[in-house]
Design a protein around this ligand. Sequence first.
Ligand code: URA
Length: 286
Amino acid sequence: MSLDDDLKALLSDTQRFLRQQAELYGDSLLVSRAAVETPKEEQIIEKEKPISTDKNLTMLREPEIDMFGDTKKVNKNKFNLDYPAESWTSAASIPLLNQAINTCTKCGLSGTRTNFVFGAGNPKAEVVVVGEAPGAEEDAQGEPFVGRGGQLLTKILESIHFKREEVFICNILKCRPPNNRDPQPEEVELCEPYLWKQLELINPKIILCVGRIAGQSLLKINASLAVMRTKVHDYRGIPLMVTFHPAALLRNPNWKRPCWEDVQKFRKLYEEIKGKNLNPNYKSQY
Ligand code: URA
């Protein structure tokens, strides 16, 4: 290959990259390191394994017994055992829970946040979407997924016939980590019980985790996104699927197609649940 050919190939790659960027960002061009580096989600961990053998965490691992198809089988005692002995745990509704926790100062993020981002949507939603943590826009507005990634999430939901306001959208962390760094384990440990309570009160028929961190945190498994995407999980009797985080799709549009395939499966599973027409082998189906 001559230098000329090399340059032509480079030019063609650059043009393709710019076309993708134009599709995503319109007239303004954003080139960040994140757009060209290999995102974390690509790292493959060979095998799912529990994060910890700690007694409390072990209790949270996916149950052995398949309770799929009957969300009423969620064991409230089991939920209660995991909660700290704090008064918010007895909140009887989503608005009351919000009132009880939105002044939280349990971790350092309370000192840097602008707003506590409780979550938004239908308190009786059949579908709950769980992300990682608020970003700058969410921190400023006090609403989850309202930035560019959030707009893409709305489109993803609409592509499978869910209106944003019909589902409930929330995060593992309720406060923004500075500079959008990954949540720290202590922050997750302190904040995640709020999410468990939200899920207990909403009692959705199905959960969609977007991104590796949401999936790993809720399922208490140390698996890559690539592995988690391949099956339907069980969160305390509620089927749970994991797909790409919208921000990852903005960085790497090649993942839009597999994400679209994931959410088609998600919708199909939702329909099956609604029809109570469930294949008992659902875990290996996808
Ligand atoms: N990313 C998330 O994971 N959650 C938000 O609310 C916004 C961006």
